[in-house]
Design a binder for this molecule. Sequence first.
Ligand SMILES: *[C@@H]1O[C@H](CO)[C@@H](O)[C@H](O)[C@H]1NC(C)=O
Ligand SMILES: *[C@@H]1O[C@H](CO)[C@@H](O)[C@H](O)[C@H]1NC(C)=O
Ligand SMILES: *[C@@H]1O[C@H](CO)[C@@H](O)[C@H](O)[C@H]1NC(C)=O
Length: 815
Amino acid sequence: MGHKGLHSAGVVCGLSLILPLLRSVYGDISYSFPEEMKQGSVIGNIAKDLGLDVGRLSARKARIDTVGKTRRYCDINPSKGDLIVAERIDREALCGKKASCLLKLDLVLENPLELHRISLHIQDINDNSPLFKKDIIKMEIHESTEKGARFSLDEAHDADIGENTVKGYSLQNNGNFVLNIDPKSGGRKFSELVLEKKLDRENQQQINLLLTAEDGGAPQRSGTVEIHVTVLDANDNAPVFSQAAYKASLPENSPLGTTVITVSATDADEGVNGEVTYELDHVLDESRNAFSLNQKTGEVRVNGPIDYEEESSYEIRISAKDGLGLASYSTLIIDITDVNDNTPVIFIQSFTNPIPENVPPGTEVGIINVQDEDSDNNRQVSCFIQQNIPLKLVPSIKNYYSLVTTGQLDRELVSDYNITITATDEGSPPLFSSKSVHLSVADVNDNPPVFEEQSYNAYVTENNKPGSTLCSVSALDPDWRQNGTVIYSILPGEVNGAPVSSYLSVNGDTGLIHAVRSLDYEQFRSFKVHVMARDNGSPPLSSNVTVSVFITDVNDNSPQILYPAPEGHSFMTELVPKAAHGGSLVSKVIAVDADSGQNAWLSYHIVKSTDPGLFTIGLHSGEIRTQRDISESDNMKQNLIVTVKDNGQPSLSATCSMYLLISDNLAEVPELKDMSYDETNSKLTSYLIIALVSVSTFFLTFITVILGVRFCRRRKPRLLFDGAVAIPSAYLPPNYAEVDGTGTLRSTYNYDAYLTTGSRTSDFKFVRSYNDNTLPADQTLRKSPSDFAVAFGDSDSSSEVGHYLYYTHANTKLQ
Ligand SMILES: *[C@@H]1O[C@H](CO)[C@@H](O)[C@H](O)[C@H]1NC(C)=O
Ligand SMILES: *[C@@H]1O[C@H](CO)[C@@H](O)[C@H](O)[C@H]1NC(C)=O
Ligand SMILES: *[C@@H]1O[C@H](CO)[C@@H](O)[C@H](O)[C@H]1NC(C)=O
């Protein structure tokens, strides 16, 4: 079927082409026919065209030779005389791009040899498609290439000629390129790509285009090629940070190497152009020291000390650069959060030290300021001091405190305070700090010296050495230094009319009280002085104390015999009635002792007598009595030597002689003169007699009056004076007080008197003495006259003759 078709087509075609040739060429024969005719196809009937006898062709051995070619393209069918295609005739192979393709054949006949030239014009048919050299055209175009740039493309080839060769190109639609056909000379067509829209590698890295080349044949043939355009990168993209600003918060004191944040920037470029390096940009030195930025990773780390108090926030510009230096910027804001890392600091702004103890409560002693460098709660500081002191902190304007006293200070109780001021903030955990200040309390002279005792008693035995120590007083003053230095002095006063300073002195420093002179019990038994203790403050404070000085008796006075006159001076003679019975009172030895107590307790002894059995003497009364009735045989003149002893240790004594005359009549005593005295006393004696008589007269008159009064009162007189012994007052040493019959003491001194137990005799003992001035009025011995009277009354009952003298602080020696 195909065979038949091709054959018929060849014939049709051949006929239409051959006929004009046949007419133009003379002699030789030529045929024109398309290439690629099927083997066996008839090109023409040469026998007929040359006018040869078909029947003879075989006989004449007709054959076809190809001129210049070894291959036999055509053959002759001897039976029909047809020129047929013996082999494939490819115009492109025979003639290439030659516009006309002529194949020359010779028809050779033998018998006779006959040669006919046959020209075969091979006509082109469109049997070749345009063809590109390669299947893929690879191109690399920089994305930065400007619009309008041209890129030549390979030409497509078509083996055919003429219309059948490449006629045009077409490019698949795309966004970037258009095709430009350059009509170059020679009819060849070159195509080029023209960049119509800039490339963007980042958008499309690879562009595949399909280029089609078409020929002009019919049917038309085409060939395609793929153009692979690789868009080459240009550093047209700067790195881009993921955020316009990065914010991070970091606690202060974060350790080195702590990651704060990681910044990142991307660069759409590739390779070096897309390699981003990070950098801290234009930063102050401290920021650079504080943070480091990893060039590659963008990690921001702590690089140095982070102190909120120095820098609470960092604002750092960072840059990201790609390999070729395109940069972009961002801001890194790092807020540092406070950590309670600063202890409060205490400042003592002012401080009054020492502070006088007499400041009123509420006095400001100091001003304290506390500071904390942290912030917010970490900065809130409260401040306090310990509780147990009379001081407190009063909050004042912000963070200032006044240290004020809360009570009265007393240096003598607490002389200094260690004030511990503690400040604590409100952080968590809170931080403390404390400071100690030392406050001294200054002394004020607010304490007078105080004596250790309310009063002092000093006992001194009389006849002390001048300068001897009597006692010591001491007063304490708790104040400081001179405010507490005690100085003693004796306050001026009088003792017995003489300034007290003539008796006593006090050591101003030690308080030792010395006697200035020897003291005499017999002069006065006690006295008081006032000692003042004064401190050295200004003004000074003082206090007084009474020192009572009691002088104790020493047996320094021997008994003094008042009656009779002491031995050797006696001129008095007692008359003893001859009729005196045993036990009659005949006389009395009267003696006194200036001492007191035992030292003045006198006892009487007859140490020698004319007739030892006749008289006795009352041991304590001194009364001389007859021991038996007087008899005629008794010697008229009796002489007694009486010793009076006191009871002191050792005892002192005095002796006297008593002359007794046993007679009823003084005239019977002719030898009176003999018993008398020496002439030297005669004058004194006469004075004495006169005095005695006058005093006795006065005395008797006085007694009579008193007795009369008492008789009227009591009807019965209780005091009887049956003895006529009268003591002349002139005998009495001055200052000896006399007691009248009623016992009233006429003296500035009162004495306590009592009767010795066991003895009903009237012995008086001085047991104690008081100076009027020393005793309060109501403590004065209350011896009313009647008390004495009772005492006398009692003694009266056992004595018939009594004349008592009470001696006060007699000082016969001084007189
Ligand atoms: C105060 O402190 C000082 C020194 O630490 C110490 O010697 C003194 O006794 C203290 N005073 C008081 C009142 O605690
Ligand atoms: C003694 O007290 C006075 C105030 O009475 C004061 O001024 C003075 O400083 C005090 N002396 C001493 C040594 O403390
Ligand atoms: C102590 O006695 C003196 C003198 O009599 C007097 O001036 C002073 O005020 C007295 N002092 C006191 C504390 O009684």
